[in-house]
Ligand binder design. Structure first.
Ligand SMILES: [Zn+2]
Length: 242
């Protein structure tokens, strides 16, 4: 009995160790696991599950619902649907940990992203506001001006591509997902992950954490699958592959 218990403990420890080994906790590990061969011509799609680890994001305290879990589930549903023979998919946060936004951008830069899609959940102090919003950045590149010592922002060449993807995603989501379409927002710099990359990027606020109407969609496998369909279809329209 004691011997078999010892064997069990040993197997358990070995299992835990091998699990840890497979975890992608650091930015270097994530980058190394996503090396792209020189002859791999697939468009690179970056899926960014907002928040993670000690940062739960928006929280529904009564129902114990966390933004970080919803964003994770929507990214997982998207990965399940996307055709990986046509698209190279990279996640910025494969595990439940908090990767700093600068590092998420670095992962996308290194992979030479064609588009970055960051998934988030909105929050306000009421239960009636509902619907999805899509944000893209007005200006994403920064330059240090040596004459004035100021940091100046310059209009991003990716602004219009980001806006175009936002339009596509908004239409595809409206077609497939029973969520109210709110607005597409051209945001000022410094918003989350979408402001500093050298690639088109959008932030998809899929709904509001305190809206029971939205939770029925964004926090259920069926609704998440519909959102994933909208995302995957939008990618195929934005980056068509024969
Ligand atoms: Zn968020």
């Amino acid at each position: 009995m004691i011997k078999s218990l010892g064997t069990f403990v040993l197997l358990f420890l070995l299992g835990t160790m091998s699990c840890k080994k497979n975890k992608l906790n650091t930015v270097t590990e994530i980058m190394e696991s996503n090396q792209i061969a020189a002859n791999d011509l697939r468009p690179v799609i970056i899926l960014d599950a907002g928040h993670g680890g000690l940062d739960p994001g928006a929280t529904h305290y009564l129902y114990k619902i966390f933004e970080k879990n919803i964003t994770r589930q929507i990214v997982d549903a998207t990965i399940e649907l996307i055709d990986t023979t046509k698209y190279k998919v990279i996640e910025t946060r494969p595990q439940d940990n908090n990767i700093h936004r600068r590092n998420r951008i670095a992962i996308a830069e290194k992979a030479r992203a064609h588009i970055l899609i960051s998934i988030h959940v909105n929050a306000v102090n009421d239960t009636v506001t509902n619907g999805f919003e899509i944000l893209y950045s007005d200006s994403t590149l920064y330059k240090f001006d040596t004459l004035t010592s100021d940091t100046i922002s310059i209009a991003s060449p990716y602004k219009y591509e980001s806006a175009s993807f936002a339009e596509i995603l908004s239409k595809e989501t409206s077609k497939r997902v029973p969520l109210k379409k709110r607005k597409i927002i051209c945001s000022k710099p410094n918003l989350g992950i979408i402001w500093a990359g050298h690639f088109p990027s959008i932030l998809f606020e899929v709904g509001f954490i305190n809206s029971t109407t939205d939770l029925k969609v964004i926090n259920t496998p069926h609704g998440q699958s519909k959102l994933a369909q909208a995302i995957v279809h939008s990618i195929s329209l934005f980056c068509p592959v024969e």
